[in-house]
Design a protein around this ligand. Structure first.
Ligand SMILES: C[S@@+](CC[C@H](N)C(=O)[O-])C[C@H]1O[C@@H](n2cnc3c(N)ncnc32)[C@H](O)[C@@H]1O
Length: 326
């Protein structure tokens, strides 16, 4: 049975329990600390923990990236196929562009006149990659549309919860990485193509973290708020662009292989020890493509523990806000 994401321990990508020689570990931690210090990003991204999560994700990509080849290929193929089906060739936007692991930037930059990459944080490898294309720009935005409103506030009841309002993204943004205005934009043309790049399940993390620190809400109210954030993103996508490609994880599965002598006819079969609904109970129809992302193979989380996420991808996700059954 898949359970709703537990409402504690939502700190995002953890560093995991890797066993490394002390010297290597020291160098890695120094690298992460330096990255945290020198990365340019908005003050809120640093304060609200988005930078921490990005640095941890980069470290995990370094440790586990070779296991991500199939996931990366599945994402690239989905996005390139969706882009090829899109008739407009002018403006594209990628939401949650992150490290650009999942994003075929060269193909997008070749196909569209301009490509805007949006995230709370753009680490150096992504900034370097983007700089290779004159028509690619970077923008910072808080995409849940409520994390800033919640920061530092005490929420006494449901009535205190902000309504998630995803930011207005005004295409095209030019010049150096820019802060995207959070006020509603003047009516303008939508983008031709948008990719929601594996950010959907991440959007509630920081807002829920803020609620856990300073609210008296019960678990049902917190879960309902997480679902509202997810639904607001899904409803926003078709307003943002004429054609929308969506990638998201839906279930996180943690498995453990048995210690000691091999069981079950000589096969060291992993056992599922936890299964978490990454979308907090929001139901979507099955993706056009489905695959498994071996996000954290052992020993990332523990000597015999692995995490894999069930991924769904839609070539056209403009209709998903209307719901449907997965
Ligand atoms: C799983 S990672 C996606 C990785 C990325 N698509 C790639 O190809 O490397 C999720 C990304 O969403 C971003 N993110 C999470 N919550 C966000 C928010 N509220 N606003 C903006 N970006 C957010 C994170 O910074 C991270 O880069």
């Amino acid at each position: 049975m898949t359970v709703a994401r537990p409402l504690s321990g939502m700190e995002g990508e953890g560093a995991g329990a890797v066993t490394l020689p002390a010297g290597d570990l020291g160098r890695l931690m120094l690298h992460e600390a330096l990255t945290w210090l020198v990365t340019p990003c908005p003050a809120w991204a640093r304060r609200l923990g988005y930078l921490n999560a990005a640095v941890a994700f980069e470290a995990r990509a370094r440790r586990c990236g070779t296991h991500w080849a199939e996931h990366r290929a599945a994402c690239h193929d989905l996005i390139e196929t969706a882009a090829a089906r899109c008739t407009g060739r002018r403006r594209a936007v990628v939401l949650g562009s992150g490290l650009l692991v999942e994003v075929p930037l060269a193909a997008l930059a070749q196909r569209f006149e301009s490509v805007m990459l949006v995230d709370a944080v753009h680490l150096a490898p992504a900034r370097r990659l983007a700089a290779a294309y004159p028509n690619v720009t970077l923008a910072y935005a808080e995409l849940s549309g409520c994390a800033l409103a919640l920061a530092g506030r005490t929420v006494a009841g449901r009535g205190d919860l902000p309504t998630p309002v995803p930011p207005a993204l005004v295409p095209p943004v030019t010049g150096p990485p820019a802060l995207v205005p959070l006020e509603p934009a003047p009516p303008g043309e939508p983008f031709d193509f948008a990719v929601s790049a594996n950010v959907l399940s991440q959007l509630p993390l920081q807002p829920l973290d803020a609620l856990h620190k300073g609210s008296a809400l019960d678990d049902d109210a917190v879960l309902e708020f997480a679902r509202a954030i997810i639904r607001a993103h899904l409803a926003w996508l078709p307003r943002l662009a004429r054609s929308v490609c969506l990638i998201t994880d839906t279930v996180e599965v943690t498995t453990e292989t048995a210690a000691g002598p091999r069981r079950t006819g000589g096969l060291d079969r992993p056992e599922v020890i936890e299964q978490v609904d990454a979308l907090y109970g929001v139901r979507l129809p099955p993706g056009d493509r489905q695959w498994v992302w071996r996000l954290a193979p052992a020993p990332e989380l523990g000597a015999r523990v692995s995490q894999q996420n069930l991924m769904h991808g839609w070539f056209e996700a403009g209709h998903l806000a209307d719901g449907g059954l997965r």
